[in-house]
Design a protein around this ligand. Sequence first.
Ligand SMILES: Nc1ncnc2c1ncn2[C@@H]1O[C@H](COP(=O)(O)OP(=O)(O)O)[C@@H](O)[C@H]1O
Ligand SMILES: [Mg+2]
Length: 159
Amino acid sequence: MEGPYPFVAMELLQGITLEQLLMQGPSLTYNQKWELLRQMLEILTILHKTNVIHRDVRPGNMLIQIDGVGNSVKLFLIDFAFSVGLWPNHLPDLPYLLTHPQYLVDLGGANYKPDQLKWDDAYSFYRSALMIDSNYENLFPELWNQLFSSINKIIYSHQ
Ligand SMILES: Nc1ncnc2c1ncn2[C@@H]1O[C@H](COP(=O)(O)OP(=O)(O)O)[C@@H](O)[C@H]1O
Ligand SMILES: [Mg+2]
């Protein structure tokens, strides 16, 4: 956090983004769709427990590994560049963002946030999941309801 360019380091992953997978990958099986939704909820639970709001959850920021043999899938959330933390995990907005409102308007992508200056990772996962299958609600109602009921619980708004 010191110095002009705070950074987050993470391990180098093999895999492709969910965005790439949806554009050019093999179509996902029923089990893989279930796994992806389950893992989205798992990641969301960690974010909510730690009071971290990622703010840029969308298919381009999810890396997927598909195991060629068992066809199992593993989902990783990447790109924490714009995440903020609420008490007690204090991680404020970067100063340059506060003086450049246009970056904030663009951050997260209009389709994946509830409002221009409001971020809700649960909402973003919900919108991302719909890109995988618009019928998720009927395929896996229990998981879907869990995700849906997490919306609007932990949000970050910019005044
Ligand atoms: N931990 C990682 N392991 C492997 N590839 C990564 C990792 N983090 C990012 N990438 C690759 O780099 C691209 C850009 O990274 P990202 O952190 O999303 O930055 P930005 O979107 O701000 O350019 C990703 O789409 C992904 O292809
Ligand atoms: Mg990114």
